[in-house]
Design a protein around this ligand. Sequence first.
Ligand code: SAH
Ligand code: SF4
Ligand code: F3S
Length: 468
Amino acid sequence: MKMPNLLDAKIRNESVVEYIEAEPLKDRDLFKGKTYFLKTYGCQMNVHDSELIRNLVEGLGFIESEKMEGTDLVILNTCAIRENAHDKMYGFLGRCKHEKDKNRDLIICICGCMAQEPSVCEEILEKYKYVDIVFGTHNIHEFPTMLANRMNKTDFEVESIEGNVYENLEYKRDSKIEAWVNIMYGCDKFCTYCIVPYTRGKQRSRKSSKILEEIADLKARGYKEVTLLGQNVNAYGKDLPEEELSFPELLLKVSDLGIDRIRFVTSHPWDFSDELIAAIASRENIVPYIHLPLQSGSSRILKLMGRRYTKEEYLELYDKIKNRVPNAAITTDIIVGFPGETEEDFLDTLEVVEKCQYDSAFTFIFSPRVGTPAEKLPDDTPLKEKEERLHRLNEVVNRLSLEKNSQYVGQVVKVLINGKSEKGENKMCGYTETMKLVNVEGATEHLGEIVDVLITDAKSFSLNGEIQ
Ligand code: SAH
Ligand code: SF4
Ligand code: F3S
């Protein structure tokens, strides 16, 4: 097996992006009647990649199984963002080994972001010999060939061809109501703690015509909502020729297609232009929901993180957004315990959180990732202290979420009903435009519709309501 060479990251900006039409699947039905089990960790990007994988393996004849036991193929789509993601994969591999002991023909595949890390690939090759196929985020489309080769007992090779954009990909989407649409791949920001630029490669924007075609098709098929996906989604187009669309221009064109709701994740504050704010403010169907990762409220730590903004610049951007889009729900990501973070730096973070009154926040303890610059920074804060900071931060974040959610009680809001609620037999659930999960009474007949709901009760992570 040839290993992906990630250390190419440094020279890769010189490589040229190729736009390639994906070839139709060969060997259809080669595995007719066999079953597969797919487990996905990580962000929306991985969840969406799994929709592509499902389409590919089902094209080969596999049928999805709900459990690993007794299947013919196990696929693990991994995440590499933090240490616990690694732990999850190794735990899962233990279960796979147990199955392989029972069934020697079981095919075990590891893909996703961890499979793109050389150190992980080496470890799998050496210690986990029962793993059959490893492929990274750049060669998902080659998976059927790898499976066919394995079926024919020939050897296979994994080579990471970075920098290409494949078009005409078909997905087996989880939902018929809400769809993810990749508009760009990779990330060029190289925040010093982050593994993503290494596991996902350099920034490659899709051509706007292809994106618009895909969304027009989704609309024609009855989809109500699209989420434009990218690790640094609002840097869309910066790697394309000048005559191509910028991100705000693309958003307006998507809005013109008339789909009911448009979201986008994840934005980087550095690329959040005035034109983008104006675009959001100008259209009803670009929903007032913005995920705007802060990471830290201390300008000193932000600099060490390579985030390209200061505390003051972030707050200025926040005010600009709130002035133009007053009903915007703003959510964030925060890392505590970055190397060298002092109590004073942490208090800066708490101050920004209080000022921004986030609707919700994902909070993490810094986790050193192999090969990133932050891995080598001196770090003398004990883990116990970091955990204590995380706990203090979460208390503030949860209080603010509850306060924000409580403001909805008594209001009538639009909810896109997307499925059955876990909170009771006759309840359905869905999201507000501002991405609040609502459990709705009396909406069983309204799957896939946007309905008016009176909010009756608020919790930190969800709302309850009745259809109007
Ligand atoms: N592209 C997105 C983030 C992707 S990763 C962005 O720029 O915001 C999701 C979140 O995981 C990040 O926002 C960050 O808060 C967290 N994260 C990333 N690397 C991490 C690390 N090494 N340790 C702890 N948290 C990390
Ligand atoms: Fe990672 Fe930073 Fe890129 Fe987000 S913007 S994916 S945190 S490098
Ligand atoms: Fe994880 Fe890869 Fe996403 S590292 S967070 S699955 S881009």
